[in-house]
Write a protein that binds this ligand. Structure first.
Ligand code: GTP
Ligand code: MG
Length: 202
């Protein structure tokens, strides 16, 4: 396996940054975002894909469906670029925060594209804090849509962060949680390998 790690939206990119040094050297990285400043600040090893900005769309109003269509279409317009970046990679790990527009909607069409391209795909996503009420329903819908694609979807419930790191600042707690989520990926890879070994033994 020679995975391409694709961080989608703010959270996805934060996860990439937290995971990068703990991953095998053959790993490669793509940051996908609508926030161009965030993409410019990424370290030079990371490839980037900039989606269209929807600054003019009032996101949590009746314009929600417009924003969803725009994010999805913008991701689709970049499939050729994803394909070019994949080069000799045969698997993808997609990282994102559900509830965010980019993380919820670009992730769906990207995962669909990866599966259709026959790359082995796993999606690793956070679900919103309780206080992010408006984001909750977007996240629930997005999670259902991702699960229906048939690839493994591994979640990290952000609500657990407050319990796990009660004495940390919020940003420190997020960073620790992001690092901790890497263990779920490692466990997933470990199970895959064990499954493979078992198959060989039979
Ligand atoms: N664990 C964790 N969760 C995060 C982090 N950053 C954001 N989140 C969660 O991810 C959700 C989505 O936030 P963002 O990633 O900033 O949103 P986005 O995908 O960039 O989407 P838009 O900015 O709305 O286009 C938030 O509601 C938070 O619950 C992070 O660094 N770690
Ligand atoms: Mg964002």
């Amino acid at each position: 396996m020679n995975p391409m790690f694709i961080g989608v939206g703010g959270c996805g990119i934060n996860l990439l940054e937290a995971w990068k040094n703990g991953l095998p050297e053959s790993s490669a990285f793509i940051g996908v975002n609508r926030d161009s400043t965030r993409l410019k600040n990424l370290d030079g090893q990371m490839k980037t894909i900039r989606l269209l900005s929807a600054d003019h769309v009032d996101v949590w109003s009746e314009e929600l469906s417009t924003a969803e269509m725009q994010v999805k279409a913008s991701m689709q317009m970049n499939f050729t670029q994803v394909n070019a970046f994949m080069d000799n990679h045969d698997s993808v790990v997609i990282l994102a925060g559900l509830g965010g527009m980019t993380g919820s909607w670009a992730t769906q069409v990207l995962a669909e594209y990866c599966i259709a391209s026959r790359w082995s795909a796993v999606v690793m996503v956070t679900t919103p804090f309780c206080f992010e009420r408006k984001r909750k329903h977007v996240a629930i819908e997005a999670l259902q849509a991702l699960k229906s694609l048939g690839c493994p979807v591994i979640t990290y419930d952000n609500q657990d962060i407050t319990k796990l790191y009660p004495n940390c600042s919020f940003s420190d707690a997020l960073w620790r949680a992001n690092k901790g989520f890497l263990n779920s990926y490692r466990a997933y890879i470990g199970e895959l390998k064990q499954g493979g070994d078992n198959e060989c033994r039979q």
